[in-house]
Design a binder for this molecule. Structure first.
Ligand code: HSE
Length: 304
């Protein structure tokens, strides 16, 4: 067990799905993130002391909070006699498609683990953090959790195994965040249960192309295959400016516009920072971010 009294951890925003891998691929885009401070208290209870940056929308009930729930499970399993107080700073806007619930869950488990003397390994932390993701989206998909925890680009297989992957150097991501909110559960509920044989083959080819580009470290193959013919066509009507923004990124040689997670944030990859920034300048009033990808995962900001 550790002598630490508190630990404060930052976990980054992430892009889930990355167009070709619905629920299976995610990467860290550390432009913003959530920060969670966990402080030991004598009494064996868990208190959410404060939440900033959520406009009062998040629940302080432990079982309903994406940071509280995983901490509750970790404390219970570790059978310790003390409790914790949790302070949450949301840097990621709610329902933005940038993995905010995952970021809070990951920062919480990493901070809690420091207080427990690094009792749990990363695979175990991933499982605990998924308890938090399940509250937000109704499913245990790891495509935001794994990149927020491990950093980088991560394949999250159906078996539950996760594998960090490498991307070629100098890939720049433009994120475009329109000022709307999309509820992840609702954006999952609208998806059809069946797809045609032809679409299945077309999408499999895109995923295979993307993975071939990774295996050969070839940016062109990755970029040319970054297409989604199944999920994006079913969700893009939720994001009014989607088609206009798609035309602009195409003009600046960005990859096909993708939806980050369930949206509304959209993303496109570029070969140069300048091209991504030029595209951003021509988008009008949307909140935009440009960052080299993929970025780092969660890290300890302070402890003592
Ligand atoms: N893979 C998930 C989805 C990510 O697109 O529904 C959102 O949390």
């Amino acid at each position: 067990m550790s002598d630490l009294k508190f630990a404060q951890v930052f976990a980054p925003s992430t892009i889930a799905n990355i167009s070709v891998g619905f629920d299976l691929l995610g990467m860290s885009v550390p432009v913003i993130g959530d920060s969670i401070k966990v402080t030991k208290i004598k009494k064996n209870e868990i208190i959410i002391k404060s939440i900033h940056g959520d406009n009062g929308k998040l629940s302080k009930v432990i079982e309903e909070n994406t940071a509280g729930k995983p901490i509750q499970s970790m404390l219970f399993d570790a059978k310790v006699s003390w409790g914790v107080e949790i302070e949450i700073k949301k840097g990621i806007p709610l329902s933005s498609g940038l993995g905010g619930s995952a970021s809070s869950a990951v920062a919480a488990v990493v901070a809690m683990n420091r207080l427990l003397g690094d009792l749990y390994n990363k695979e175990q932390l991933l499982e605990y953090a998924l308890d938090g993701e399940e509250i937000a989206s109704g499913a245990r998909h790891a495509d935001n959790i794994a990149p927020a925890l491990y950093g980088g680009l991560v394949a999250c297989l159906h078996s539950g195994k996760v594998y960090p992957l490498s991307l070629p150097k100098e890939i720049f991501c433009l994120l475009v965040h329109p000022d709307i909110q999309i509820n992840t559960k609702e954006a999952r509920d609208i998806l059809k249960n069946e797809i045609s044989h032809a679409k299945w083959i077309e999408q499999s080819s895109c995923l295979l192309g993307f993975m071939t580009g990774i295996a050969l470290n070839n940016k062109d193959i990755i970029f040319n295959n970054l297409k989604d013919v199944i999920i994006t066509p079913q969700r893009k009507h939720l994001i009014a400016p989607f088609e206009n923004i798609a035309k602009i990124v195409e003009k600046y040689n960005g990859t096909d516009l993708g939806i980050s997670g369930a949206g509304p944030t959209m993303f496109s990859l570029f070969k140069s920072k300048e091209a991504a920034e030029q595209a951003a300048l021509n988008l009008g009033d949307y909140k935009t971010y440009v960052s080299e990808v993929p970025g780092a995962g969660a890290f300890v900001e302070k402890e003592g």
